[in-house]
Design a protein around this ligand. Structure first.
Ligand SMILES: Cc1ncc(COP(=O)(O)O)c(C=O)c1O
Length: 391
């Protein structure tokens, strides 16, 4: 049975060319980039190239890229680093309840240190209310941290407006762009963002490596890791050279195929949605109808438990997720759906389908067939019967 992987928002397979690029850094160019001999200098050249590749993907200058251990660390460094650097200016941070736990829990830790966290409300699609945000900013606000794309429901935030508002009010703006970099255009030259997080494993690179974009001129963040002064003293510790090289190569590939990847997954997503709507009654889709990640469908079926549906699909060799990948294993209701005020009985129905480069148009038919079969089976066990979807 050929497996169909539909969980690309959780992680992606490493591209062959990425792996090829990384291998010499384990064997030949294994030097420490801080060493001054030839092997160290060769590793430094690899880091410099990767920095240029990542910068090019997001329209940044290489000096604006700090390598980290992934999206989580980038979020931590952006938020905690800014809060500690600006603690004499103010003590308030604005974020939202639809953020990734890497942002939510970092803010929660800062709350214990005395910072005040203000949560801007979202609408029923999970999109930020900009008018409420404008009212929330005070002289004490030192940072706004709001995501670019939501990993669960796929809703995109109006980060142009948020950033413009932040600039106008003289507040720094961080965006977690882990789910958007490599999927849609993210250009720091046109976007008014000061800090931006990205992660390699969401764009066919290795796990455990990412970057934080820090706009030139932004105040020096207080580092989370003190050490040997690497990354311009922003992040101590010998650099993960193979991982960083993989991130760089993944960024280069993502840049060259951004539009073809985007239109490929969008076509599959829309086809999948159309076929589900026409063949399976009682389907409901979540997330914004106009502003969404091109690869993501978040949905549920009346009378069908999402975990049970996921297991049925798993047995058919089709891999989707329920809730965020980081919290799967626990079946706590999604914070994101709660913030969107999705009724409680619907929360446990949802699954996330996130497509990628490697999915094929022929797979859509098999996925819809498997969904139809699973939904029917689950409903027949509970005696539920759905009204046909009106044409
Ligand atoms: C929006 C978002 N931010 C941050 C992260 C964490 O990134 P990493 O797994 O690289 O630590 C993820 C991963 O799921 C994510 O989706």
């Amino acid at each position: 049975m050929r497996q169909i992987y539909l969980d690309h928002n959780a992680t992606t397979p490493v591209d062959d060319a990425v792996l090829e690029a990384m291998l010499p850094n384990f064997r030949e160019t294994f030097g420490n980039p801080s060493s001054v001999h030839a092997l160290g200098r060769a590793a430094r050249v690899c880091l410099d190239l990767a920095r240029e590749q990542v910068a090019a993907l997001i329209g940044a200058h290489p000096a604006e890229i700090t390598f980290t251990s992934g999206g989580t660390e980038s979020d931590n460094l952006a938020i905690t680093g800014t809060a500690r650097a600006l603690k004499n200016k103010g003590n308030r941070i604005i974020t939202s309840r639809v953020e990734h736990p890497a942002v939510l829990n970092t803010c929660e830790e800062l709350r214990k240190e005395g910072f005040v966290i203000d949560y801007v409300p979202v609408d029923g699609y999970g999109r930020i209310d900009c008018a409420a945000l404008a009212d929330m900013i005070t002289d004490e606000t030192l940072l706004i941290s709001l995501q670019h794309g939501n990993s669960e429901v796929g809703t995109l935030q109006p980060i142009e407006q948020i950033g413009a508002l932040a600039r106008d009010r003289g507040v720094l703006f961080h965006t977690d762009a882990v789910q958007t970099v490599g999927k849609i255009e993210v250009d720091t030259q046109s976007l008014p963002v000061d800090l931006l997080s990205l992660s390699a494993h969401k764009m066919y690179g290795p796990k455990g490596v990412g970057a934080l974009y820090i706009r030139r001129g932004t105040l020096p963040l207080v580092p989370l890791l003190s050490g040997g002064g690497q990354e311009k003293k922003r992040r101590g510790g010998t650099e993960n050279v193979p991982g960083i090289v993989g991130l760089g190569k993944a960024a280069e590939i993502a840049r060259s195929r951004l539009e073809s990847d985007r239109s490929h997954v969008l076509l599959l997503r829309n086809d999948l949605r159309r076929q589900i709507e026409s063949r399976i009654p009682g389907a409901k889709f979540y997330g914004h109808p106009d502003f969404y990640l091109p690869n993501t469908l978040y949905l549920g079926f009346e009378g069908v438990d999402g975990q049970t549906l996921m297991i049925h699909l798993d047995l058919a060799g089709i891999f989707v997720s329920t809730g965020t990948a980081c919290s799967s294993g626990s079946i706590l209701p999604s914070e994101v759906l709660g913030a969107m005020r999705v009724p409680e009985q619907e929360m446990t129905r949802t699954i996330r389908v996130s497509l990628g480069r490697g999915n094929h148009p022929e797979e859509v038919e098999r996925v819809v067939g498997a969904l139809e079969k699973a939904v029917l089976e689950i409903r027949s066990k509970t005696g539920f019967s759905a009204e046909p979807t009106p044409k």
